[in-house]
Design a protein around this ligand. Structure first.
Ligand code: PMP
Length: 396
């Protein structure tokens, strides 16, 4: 039977990584990857994570199942981190947490829940969005639609976004990136979040807020502005959270699906359905990542150390954004690329065309996705002048 199976091309980013690894140019620069890199090009295990792991190794007493909702201490810790320790939503017992295999697992739980329990409701995704959003909702059989997000001039198209949101059928789901929009790097201002809230409320939409980069934009609290605004002012919200980036736990698959409901009773009902969806997909989530997070957040010392390192990571990214624009100044390109300093998170829609991206790869061994999305964390003070010079050459 397998003779009928067609081979599909691999992930474009994996192809890029392969080409980068094969490239013998000593000046090569990888701006394609989707993970944080330090100044030496490494994706380090965070200090507090190492410490927590050695404690776990010593103290762990069982490998038994942790249950479909995961570790309740992890759930509580994530609820506080996402909604705020003194959130009125938590005080009212309107929010639940279901641990998941990464943010991706949380999105899939949400997608399956929507498909089964909100029949006929579609999901609206920003154009562009993280490509896997399309894959996840397609796989779950949820009908997908787009709302504009970036215009042809490579700017946030907020008017276009709002105009489309105003047309969405009542009860449909709208996926919002909480911060550090992937792939563009363009985030909403507080005023814009307020306007989105009003439209969502007027039209009776269900926001699904994807919170994969808490702490990578402006800070753990600052980045939660939109999420908390929605949760505190609406009866119903879904939130997917991930510890892949802010704890550097990528391969440990550590995420969470949060449901905010009108009251504790409805929250418990929704939560009970999440357990069914989890069981049907993978039964129980993996335990190691969540145990690390609990170990860190339960210790004042480890938590402070983790926050400090997260701040270093965020400052490095935001510093590189400013330095990058400065490096383009001698070429008179700082205005054209000024948006890079304003965007947030690891990713940036540079505004480079696919042809320019190809030239950067072929002539300068600088690798990024053809959409012009660059991972800013792939830059370093040593390669900035080289990258700036190459960009100046290809945009002329
Ligand atoms: N949402 C967005 C927007 C992302 O960029 C990512 C990771 N690249 C995720 C969710 C999920 O990440 P993970 O499953 O690794 O936690």
């Amino acid at each position: 039977m397998f003779e009928q199976i067609e081979r599909v091309p691999g992930d474009a980013i994996l192809g890029l990584i392969e080409a980068f690894n094969k490239d013998s140019n000593p000046q090569k620069v990888d701006l394609g990857v989707g993970v944080y890199r330090d100044a030496h090009g490494n994706t380090p295990v965070m200090r507090a994570v190492k410490e927590a792991e050695s404690l776990l190794l010593k103290n762990e007493t069982t490998k038994s199942y942790i249950g479909s909702h995961g570790d309740p201490r992890y759930g509580q810790a994530i609820l506080s981190m996402v909604l705020g320790a003194d959130s009125p939503v938590l005080a009212a017992k309107r929010a639940s947490a279901t641990q998941s295999p990464g943010g991706t697992g949380a999105l899939r739980l949400a997608a399956d829940f929507i498909k089964t329990h909100l029949p006929g409701k579609g999901i609206w995704l920003s154009d562009p969005t993280w490509p896997n959003h399309l894959g996840i909702f397609h796989a779950a059989g949820v009908e997908m639609h787009k709302y504009p997000y970036v215009d042809a001039e490579n700017r946030l198209d907020f008017d276009g976004m709002l105009a489309t949101l105003k047309q969405i059928p009542q009860g449909d789901v709208v996926l919002l990136h909480a911060c550090c929009h992937n792939p563009s790097g363009f985030d909403l201002s507080k005023e814009q979040w307020q306007q989105v809230l009003e439209v969502v409320r007027e039209r009776g939409l269900l926001p699904l807020v994807d919170f994969a980069y808490q702490g990578f934009g402006d800070g753990l609290e600052e980045d939660a502005y939109g999420v908390r605004l929605m949760a505190e002012n609406l009866d119903e919200v879904l939130i997917t959270s991930s510890c892949s980036k802010n704890f550097g736990l990528y391969r440990e698959r550590t995420g969470c699906l949060i449901a905010v409901a009108k009251n504790a009773e409805q929250m418990e009902n929704v939560r009970s359905q999440f357990a069914i969806v989890a069981r049907e997909n993978y039964s129980n989530p993996p335990a190691h990542g969540s145990a690390i997070v609990v170990e860190i957040l339960d210790s004042a010392e480890l938590a402070a150390n983790w926050r400090e390192e997260l701040t270093e990571m965020r400052d490095r990214i935001n510093g590189l954004r400013r330095d990058f624009v400065d490096a383009l100044k001698p070429y008179g390109l700082d205005q054209q690329f000024a948006h890079i300093a304003e965007q947030r998170g690891m990713f940036s829609y540079t505004g480079l065309t696919p042809e320019q991206v190809d030239r950067l790869r072929d002539e300068y061994a600088i690798y990024m996705v053809r959409s012009g999305r660059a991972n800013v964390a792939g830059l370093a003070s040593e390669n900035l002048p080289y990258v700036a010079k190459a960009i100046a050459a290809v945009v002329k």
